[in-house]
Design a protein around this ligand. Structure first.
Ligand code: AMP
Length: 583
């Protein structure tokens, strides 16, 4: 008997994994599949990427789906759009001999209307990033009532990225859930809390090595055009309302300029730089230490010797030139057993630096999308609601004023009061982010700053701007459904795509090869030619698919692609002066 069959998988799925060259189940598959096939047992799998966990949950899910009921029966929630596409792609391959199971990938940065249209056709499994999922639920495009299975993939990552409220929301509202399957590389207390609050006597298994390196620090990076660094920084700050952070810049001028701009916009920030007198420096540090200042921005020289407890985030406004410096910077957080997050804002040509950093500090860096305007607003809203509920009303002479207040609001409903409170707190955020761009994939040429703080004009460091506009902004990323499993090495793959498209090597940037898929960076001007020459070609009896990566994913058998940019309705907006609150 085939080893996958012995785990309880049906013939069509066994056939698919055999076609993929899987001979024996991996450890997580062996431990998870029999449990998950029951459909009613909650499950926690402590497993990292590369352990075969996608098949461990994907195969049982495909077997449990009732094909005749074309509504969402399973939700797979994962942190990034790339993972979302990868999971969907894997599911497509697993179900190639199974008839009638439909899956849909939904993630930010792609046309939501297209996703709604596809969902309306009737799908069984939705693979989603948290922000877009909530957006679709709010628009009633996904009905949670009939969802039986919820899979949280890379749960620790989602929590690190600030999606806790979204996950809570999904788990609270899938009231007919029969089981919850949680996969995570680590088990911090926040993940434990999810299992405690929403899971029933889960079966827990651990496979593979535990994380190495400083396990307390999560390294994340964001790829944006250099001209959008400031806007990206602002989003990261807005998306993490409780953050207590040090932001590092390479130059004194940048530290000064960013801090000026953010303070004008109402943020509690001060810059530390060499021009300050000792007295001024002590004053700034005093405010920061006592948490009366939420954000400190500094150059490496100025920040020397700073040792502050409880810093939640270190932000690299740009990556340091010297890789050793990265370790020093990130080491300001995640101290004394606490967890910390180091966020780096990079542009596409810096990807190679990330690779060498990963090697140097022996830890994985996670590529994360800059949150959308909508994600930021939702996050702020949840945060505010929490603050409202936590407000201490046990002290103070409220009794005196209550009768007057009650009389004044006698004819106003609770809903209206809440709405007004929310409007007071949020109108500036909602207005600012109303038509916010997707910063993850913006061409700076011609687009300049769509969102700018009043009067201010900082557009990344001058040096970067020149080099960026000349080269980096012109790259786009293509997805192709060929990878190392198709017998390619990087060199032969390169040869293949260049020969097929009749293009020169110079048009290419980074090539990222995985087993089943690859991603190719290419000069924008040549992208069309490459897609045209390769998409639809046959390779080893398979149809090759190639399309723009971020949002332009096509299902095999799908007619036509999807619109891949969230550019609908973009317009220049006036940014009101913001008011910020911390603590
Ligand atoms: P994952 O951890 O799900 O990202 O999987 C890592 C890689 O291992 C993917 O490329 C899978 O196609 C591959 N893989 C998963 N299960 C097996 C298996 N049983 N045998 C061989 N390769 C596998």
């Amino acid at each position: 008997m085939n080893a996958f069959e012995a785990l309880g998988l049906n013939e069509t799925l066994v056939q698919a994994v055999t076609d993929m060259g899987f001979e024996t189940p991996t450890e997580i598959q062996e431990k998870a599949i029999p449990v998950l096939l029951s459909g009613t047992t909650d499950f926690i799998g402590l497993a990292q990427t590369g352990t075969g966990k996608t098949a461990a949950f994907g195969l049982p899910l495909l077997q449990l789906i009732e094909v005749e009921n074309r509504h969402p029966q399973a939700l797979i929630v994962c942190p990034t759009r790339e993972l979302c596409l990868q999971i969907t792609n894997d599911l497509e391959t697993f179900k190639k001999h199974s008839r009638g199971v439909f899956t849909e990938a939904v993630y930010g940065g792609a046309s939501i209307m297209m996703q709604i249209r596809n969902l309306k056709k009737g799908v069984h499994i939705v693979v989603a990033t948290p922000g877009r999922l909530i957006d679709l639920i709010e628009r009633k495009a996904i009905d949670l009532q009939k969802v039986k299975y919820v899979v949280l993939d890379e749960a620790d990552e989602m929590l690190n990225m600030g999606f806790r409220d979204d996950i809570d929301f999904v788990l609270k509202n899938t009231i007919n859930r029969e089981s919850t399957w949680l996969f995570s590389a680590t088990m911090p207390s926040e993940v434990r809390a999810i299992s405690r609050n929403y899971m029933n006597n889960p079966k827990e298994v651990t496979v593979g090595r535990k994380n190495s390196g400083n396990e307390n620090i999560d390294h994340q990076f964001f790829v944006v055009p250099a001209s959008q660094r400031y806007e990206a920084l602002k989003r990261l700050i807005d998306f993490n309302p409780g953050m207590y952070a040090i932001i590092f810049t390479r130059t004194k001028a940048d530290a000064h300029e960013v801090s000026e701009r953010l303070s004008k916009a109402g943020y509690e920030i001060e810059a530390l730089h060499g021009d300050l007198s000792q007295q001024q420096r002590d004053k700034v540090m005093g405010r920061f230490r006592s948490k009366n200042l939420q954000l400190l921005i500094a150059t490496d020289v100025a920040a020397r010797g700073i040792d502050v407890d409880g810093i939640t985030h270190v932000i690299n406004f740009e990556l340091p030139d010297d890789m050793e410096v990265y370790t020093h910077r990130s080491g300001r957080t995640g101290r004394a057993g606490k967890t910390g997050i180091c966020l780096s804002i990079c542009h596409s040509r810096e990807s190679y630096k990330i690779k060498s950093l990963e090697r140097m500090i022996n830890a994985k860096f996670h590529k994360v999308d800059v949150p959308s305007g909508k994600d930021v607003c939702r996050k702020q809203f949840f945060h505010f609601m929490e603050k409202l509920m936590d407000a201490d009303v046990s002290h103070g002479d409220y009794e005196t004023y209550m009768p007057d207040l009650i009389e004044k609001f006698a004819d106003v409903s609770k809903e209206e009061v809440l709405q007004r409170v929310a409007a007071l707190e949020f109108s500036h955020f909602l207005k600012y982010y109303e038509n916010a761009d997707d910063l993850n994939k913006m061409d700076t040429r011609g687009s300049d700053r769509r969102q700018s703080d009043r009067g201010s004009d900082m557009n990344g460091s001058r040096k970067e701007r020149t080099s960026f506009n000349r080269r980096d902004s012109g790259y786009t990323r293509l997805f192709i459904n060929l990878g190392t499993k198709d017998g390619f090495y990087k060199a032969s793959f390169l040869q293949f795509i260049l020969d097929e498209s009749n293009l020169k090597k110079e048009v290419l940037g980074k090539i990222d090869m995985r087993d089943m898929n690859s991603w190719v960076e290419i000069d924008q001007a040549s992208a069309g030619q490459m897609i045209k020459s390769i998409d639809g070609k046959r390779y080893n009896n398979r149809t090759v698919r190639m399309n723009e990566a971020d949002g332009g994913f096509k299902r095999p058998n799908d007619e036509g692609g999807r619109s891949d940019r969230a550019t609908e309705g973009r317009k220049r907006i006036y940014a009101p002066k913001e008011r910020r609150s911390f603590k």
